[in-house]
Write a protein that binds this ligand. Structure first.
Ligand code: ADP
Length: 462
């Protein structure tokens, strides 16, 4: 069986209410009845001894037993439900309630039996006469037999008290039940509403509606954590989704034209329109190589853009990283006869070493690509307060001021002729920018056409 959170919460409230009412009623009945019985028995005992001492007082005043003095006392006791019989020391009956009004005595006895057997059907009680000696100056002058119901007796008033106590408990039980249902459903609503909202938003997000975020605030810590985590999850899914869509459109956009060209060239060769000459095949091969690079670059970009959120930071020596990276370009530098000088200040920086190396590789390889033979590349690294600065300067062809922001866009190449010559796909600087931004840093470009280029990286060191 599956229940809603609301039903479960309300049911548990009702259950708690029931259990507490049951326990309270049980203990109230047990304790109260016990004490009440003791109280009732003590009261009866006191009444009996009061009656005995009243009779003794009468005897002391009159010096003998007098029927007319005893009778009103006996009738009064009888009217209060107590059957008495007064006997003198010789065993002669002076006044007997049963002789006076046997019918009334019988009905008192019947009512006593009825009261007690109705209320306590398993109790073995019976009516009996208990003799109390009447003492005057420590001398017995007679006996009064008082009819009692043992082991204890509850009269109508006493029973009415117990009944009204139980009725009161039943009313409380109903009220608690009502409150627990109301309170349970209010609490359940409060708790289940945000969860239902999460479900609705999750459904919307699963359909691609990433802006369906949770707005409701809650003062329940867990619920506000759930809302925040859910919104973060929605943001991250949105980002991933945008990335995926962009990547797919970029891939199709960038690959469609070269693939169409390749297709038409190969079809022309198959149809015999073109001779499959070495020159044509080499051009086809070059195009395939370019696409191959493009796919590799796209993969790298996708990786960096999605991974940027998770920087694997550590403290390392920046100088060593730059020297080591430059070492990898030794062959190209020599081939183009480009001299590279470095002015580095030793410093420990806290960053993602692999990603920073990728930044250096992209910038140095660009400087190499866009600097003619015999050119010059300079690398500077130093610290300014909390910021680490790296400059990569070349005296190459430079970038026109109008292109400064565009070069950091994905797939932006300044002009096709340059690109064809250098084989780039316009992704390198986009990667650089996203890595630097993930480090909460900035990248600046100082350049103009034919004036060389200077890329300045600033990374905060915390
Ligand atoms: P690519 O992979 O084509 O090099 P980038 O994103 O690295 O792509 O660079 C984008 C464009 O910016 C390049 O096509 C190039 O025209 C220009 N560029 C980048 N670096 C330099 C530089 N050091 N000197 C001159 N132009 C540059």
């Amino acid at each position: 069986m599956r229940y809603t959170l609301k039903t479960k919460l309300t049911l548990s409230y009702i259950m708690v209410a029931f259990i507490s009412i049951f326990l309270v009623s049980l203990s109230a009945n047990l304790l109260l009845e016990k004490h009440f019985r003791e109280y009732v028995s003590a009261n009866q005992e006191k009444n009996n001894s009061d009656l005995t001492s009243t009779l003794a007082q009468q005897y002391r005043q009159l010096g003998e037993w007098n029927l007319f003095a005893i009778e009103p006392l006996g009738i009064n006791a009888l009217e209060n439900g107590t059957i008495i019989k007064v006997i003198d020391n010789n065993g002669t009956t002076i006044w007997d309630a049963q002789t006076h009004n046997n019918g009334m005595c019988q009905s008192i006895i019947i009512e006593m039996n009825k009261n007690m057997s109705n209320r306590y059907p398993f109790m073995k009680g019976e009516y009996s006469k208990v003799p109390y000696p009447i003492l005057v100056d420590m001398k017995q002058v007679g006996t009064v037999e008082i009819g009692v119901y043992g082991p204890y007796y509850l009269n109508n008033n006493d029973l009415a008290f117990i009944t009204s106590l139980n009725q009161f408990l039943i009313i409380i039980a109903f009220l608690s039940l009502l409150f627990s249902i109301i309170l349970g459903s209010i609490m359940a609503k409060k708790i289940s509403l945000p969860i239902s909202n999460v479900i609705l938003s999750a459904e919307a997000i699963s359909k691609g509606l990433f802006n369906e975020k949770l707005k409701q605030k809650s003062n329940t810590i867990e619920i506000s954590q759930l809302t925040n985590t859910f919104n973060d999850l929605a943001d991250s899914l949105h980002k991933q989704d945008k990335l995926r869509k962009r990547l797919t459109s970029d891939v199709s956009h960038e690959l469609r034209t070269p693939l169409a060209t390749l297709k038409s060239h190969i079809e022309a060769m198959i149809d015999g329109i073109w001779e499959p000459s070495l020159e044509k095949l080499t051009s086809i091969q070059e195009e395939i190589t370019r696409m191959h690079h493009l796919v590799g670059d796209l993969e790298a970009l996708a990786k960096y853009e999605s991974e940027n959120i998770y920087l694997n930071k550590s403290e390392f020596d920046l100088e060593a990283l730059i020297v080591n990276t430059v070492d990898n370009f030794k062959v190209e530098l020599e081939a183009k006869k480009i001299s590279l000088s470095m002015k580095l200040k030793y410093q420990i920086i806290n960053a993602d070493i692999d990603k920073l190396k990728q930044v250096l590789i992209n910038l140095i390889s660009n400087a190499l690509k866009f600097t003619p033979k015999g050119g010059q590349i300079n690398i500077l690294a130093y610290r300014e307060g909390d910021i680490t600065k790296i400059h990569i300067i070349d005296n190459g062809i430079g970038i026109a001021k109008t292109e400064h922001t565009l070069v950091f866009e994905r797939f932006y190449r300044i002009d096709q002729s340059r690109t064809r010559h250098t084989g780039g796909s316009g992704i390198g600087l986009a990667i650089v920018k996203s890595i630097i931004e993930a480090h909460k840093g900035t990248i600046e470009l100082v350049s103009d056409l034919n004036m060389g280029s200077e890329f300045i990286i600033s990374i905060p060191n915390y």
